[in-house]
Design a protein around this ligand. Structure first.
Ligand code: PHE
Length: 357
């Protein structure tokens, strides 16, 4: 029996075996071949018993060091192979996040949301920026600043929902109400920013009314342009451009009918052309008219109430009902159905959130 073993050579041999294993499975086989009960290193260790005490002591120590080294080499190789396997898996395995949800689970956008997005996109292209105001307003922003005198019958026409007075405020600011129109945002914009202004506001409005064409909560869109040389021609051009884009028609007759709003002078109601045949309605050139919005040149008193000089600044404003536009564009016959929360209705009239616009 040989009395000594070349430890360095043995180390090289075993290390090469380990390095040659290219996957975790063959590495495990190698581990058994080296460290197992009948493994190469175990065999060599068994020869220690036949050595003389001096050599045995020396070789014993050297082989223990070798065993530790080889164990560590095996561990490192295992880690490398595991890392490589993971990397290869991550490269090949891709999560398909494009899979659509189950059809019966698909939510829809409400036609109001869709209409507001379409309106905002059209006016944004014309350079309008979005502005906001609160639903809970006060008498000053909803009426007084908009040139509704105290006791004026126009106030009564709004069927206002009044809230309890705010004890922390005084005068008109203490008289709380749910805004009856988005014209409140005209005042907020003029008080907040310096002209030139070109703003659009959209949101909920409230009036105590309920029938086929009225709900106590509805949505309005308000536009306001204030500059030094703004005139009614700008107003008409702006609204015509909007209506043609919104209703997706190239030719659209439009007429302005004189009207009254306390905050605009002159004021007008705007009709667009349409034809009605066999109970159907088509927007565009035709023999009939359809009212779509109210507008006018901002009243000098309103400009003054916001701290601006009406001799220097003029502008126009318009307000439109979002439900009304949605009903016309998407053929929805009854306003009340918008807010009944019937899933079948939203499945029918709603929009796919991914494919819209
Ligand atoms: N605020 C008016 C309404 O609710 C609409 C409007 C807005 C009219 C702006 C003129 C200018 O009826």
């Amino acid at each position: 029996m040989s009395t000594s073993v070349n430890v360095a050579e043995l180390k090289n041999e075993l290390t090469e075996l380990i390095e040659a294993a290219n996957d975790l499975e063959s590495l495990e086989e190698t581990r058994v071949k080296v460290l197992g009960k009948k493994g190469r290193l175990t065999d060599v260790m068994k020869t220690l018993g036949g050595m003389d005490p001096e050599t045995r002591k020396e070789m014993g120590q050297a082989l223990n060091v070798l065993k530790n080294d080889i164990t560590e080499t095996l561990e490192q190789r295992t880690k490398r192979l595991k890392d490589e396997a993971l990397k290869a898996r991550l490269e090949n395995e891709k999560a398909d996040i494009t899979l659509s949800t189950r059809p019966e689970r698909q939510g829809h956008l409400h036609p109001i949301t869709q209409t507001m997005d379409e309106i905002a996109a059209i006016f944004a292209e014309m350079g309008f920026t979005l502005e906001e105001g609160p639903d809970i307003e006060d008498d000053f922003h909803n009426f007084t600043a908009l040139n509704f005198p105290q006791g004026h019958p126009a106030r009564e026409m709004h069927d206002t929902f009044y809230l309890p007075d705010d004890p922390t405020a005084e005068g008109e600011a203490a008289k709380k109400l749910l805004r009856t129109h988005t014209s409140t945002v005209q005042i907020r914009s003029m008080l907040k920013r310096k002209p030139p202004l070109k703003v659009l506001a959209m949101g909920r409005t409230y009036r105590s009314d309920y029938d086929m064409t009225h709900t106590p909560m509805f949505h309005q869109c308000e536009g306001l342009v204030i500059d030094k040389n703004t005139h009614m021609g700008h107003l008409k051009g702006c609204l015509l451009e909007f209506a043609k884009k919104f209703f997706e028609v190239d030719e659209l007759p439009m007429q302005f009918r004189p009207s009254f709003f306390p905050f605009t002078e002159p004021s007008a109601e705007v009709d667009i052309g349409c034809s009605r045949k066999d109970g159907g309605l088509t927007i565009g050139a035709g023999d009939s008219w359809l009212e779509v919005l109210g507008c006018g040149m901002v009243h000098p008193n309103v400009i003054k109430n916001c701290g601006l000089d009406p001799d220097e600044y003029q502008g126009f404003a318009f307000g439109l009902g979002i439900e009304r536009l949605a009903m016309l564009k998407f053929g929805i016959p009854d306003l009340r159905t918008f807010f009944e929360g019937d899933v079948r209705w939203i499945d029918h009239y709603g929009f796919n959130p991914v494919e819209r616009l």
